[in-house]
Each structure stands twice: as C-alpha cells, then as structure tokens.
Design a protein around this ligand. Sequence first.
Ligand code: SF4
Ligand code: SF4
Length: 368
Amino acid sequence: MTKKETYIWGAGHFGVLTALDLEQKGIQIKGFIDKNASKIKTRLGLPVLTFEQVPKNETKIIIAVQNKCAIREITQILSLAGLNQDKDFEISTLIAMPKEPFEFYRLKMFEPPMIKHLSVGLAEHCNLNCAYCDHYCPVAEHEFPSTKQFDLDFAVLSKLTNGTIGRINLVGGEPLLNPDITDIMQIVRKNIPNSEITITTNGILLAKMAEDFWNACKNNNISIVISQYPIKLDTNKICQTAIKYEVNVFWGILVGGNLFRMQKYNVNGTQDIYKSYKNCGTKGCTFLKNGKIYLCPQISCSKNLEKAFNVNFSVSSNDFLVLDNINSVQDILDFISKPSPFCRYCSTEDKCFVQWKVSERKREEWIL
Ligand code: SF4
Ligand code: SF4
C-alpha cells in the first residue's frame, strides 16, 4: 500500500503548531495549503501551496485553521473534490484545545477584550547573578532597548488598547540598570493612563536611585515590587525613601526560604508542546521587547543561551507578533491563548524548586 503524503491546510500560527505536533508524533509533513500561498511560499522550510497544486491521490489533509466558518468552507471544497472526511482529510485534533481560563472568564463577564498582564523588558542583563535565571541574565550581553523604541511601541499599544491594560510590569534583567528608566516610565504612563504599572527589581540599586526616579514613580503612579533574594538590601533607606516620595513598595514573597524555580531546555525541541504549555507557570506573562509581543519572556531571552552556549532554538516569526502588524487587541489575545512553537524546547514537567545560588554560567544550569 502506498503511504499517504500529509499536508496541513492552514499556514498560520495554528498550522505551524499542528505540523510540529504531528512531526513529534512521527508523521512527516509534505507541505502546507493556504489561500495566501503566493505570499507565504514556505513554512518550517516546507512549501506552501494552493489546493489546486496538491496531488489529490494518496494525500491526507489536516485542516488547521481556527475559524469555524473557514473549516466548514474547506470541508466543502474537499468533499466537492471527492475526498472523504476521516479517510482523506480530518480536522486538527488541537482545535479541541480549551482556551486559557482568562479568555473564558472574559467571555463570561462580557468585558471588552483586554490584555491582562504585559511584562516589558528594560534591560537584557542584571546586576545579580542567579543560577537558573529564567531570563538567562548571567550569560546575557549588556543591552537596553532604546527610548525611541518605547515611544514607538507604546504609541501603537495606546491606540490598540485605548490606554488600558490590566497591569504593565517593567522588568529586566534588572530594569533599574536602564539609564533612561525615568523617561520610559513617563512614556508608558502617558500612553497607558488607565493601568496599574509596576517595576519589578531585585532592589540592589533602589537605595541609590536619584530623586528624579522617585518623583517619576510618584507622578506617574508607578509602584515598585522587590523580588526577595538572599542578599542584603538597605531596607530602612528604601522604606524611608518610599514613604518620603509616597511610592508604594511591595516585597515579593519568598518561597520556603531561599528557594528558586529551575526549568531546563531541551535543545532538540522534542518536548510535547501541549504538555510543556500545560505545565508551565510562565504562560500569561505576555512579554514586549523591541516591537514584538511574545507569549513569555523566555522566547525573546533565549538568544542569550544561543550566544553563550552555541545552541539554536530556531525562534521564528510564529513565536511572536510584530506590533506594527497587529490590528486589534483580539489579535494579541488570540495569539497568547495558545502555545508558542518555542514551547517544544521547555522541559516544564521537570521544573522544580532548588536552593538559590550564584550562577557559575555553566550550560547545565539551563540546558538538559
Ligand atoms: S535577579 Fe532576577 S533577573 Fe537578575 S539574575 Fe536573578 S533571577 Fe535573573
Ligand atoms: S515557551 Fe511555552 S512552555 Fe516555555 S516558558 Fe514560555 S509559555 Fe512556558
């Protein structure tokens, strides 16, 4: 019997996820079918064809689009071409995947679409050197996005969101290292006037921050969250300054003393995407850096591991949205309500808490 050649109908984000899922199950994909084949041309190194270009004999087609009307339309086209459901074509089983609880919640409450949480990267590196850091700062180069980039990104976000995002968290690496942090705080508040804004810091620089910084926190209603690590901070000075400038400072909660979350990465990308995503504690931590929206910071920061240890995570255009190409908040919510192809690298089922320690910048701290 001739072996059937498998094509995925749908070369978008969902088609790519389906292809990666099938490949992990040992099913080889011959190519994609998409009405925009002339524009897209290739996905995952495979050809994107129109339906007319695909041989109809000994072919199995997996429909991987999310719009129910489109599924119905494609099913009709395939049936009219003499193909039988189940035998010659089927609908991707991933379509049954439930959306994130937040999405259900939002629909239930009939609220307008809103991004619940957005982390924004202000620095690639950090002034603390934690083993297992999940932004890989100990091996990161010193790098800050430009203030101009924040201007551009937040102007777009302002239009898209009408100035409302649940919470914006300015993070790093260590965000206080960014010499333009005061300007950035103003840019964020000017464009997103209706949201809670926080800065999450390890606190090392806090007692030394200039008056401008504290005034910017006060005037822009920005709170500070200090992640607690087993390091000495001048807590008296921090508290006194916060009281003086009327700035809220929250202390992060220690997990059982000095425990720290460790998650490793499988550079072969053979983890089950959906299991990784299901077990992941980071999803919901939507991340913005340099004009791109990611499902989580790890995807953007993975370049630090790539450079330091000469590995390749193949982050592709399916792993992020380019802000300039987004038409509505719903585009972002749809994107973050499902796994990213990058989840195939995350060994989330092995994640555990370990004693905090200083990084030795060794590959085995992050890579399986
Ligand atoms: S303080 Fe946070 S960002 Fe800095 S190295 Fe430690 S875990 Fe990473
Ligand atoms: S890529 Fe997916 S599994 Fe990995 S940390 Fe991000 S959300 Fe979690």
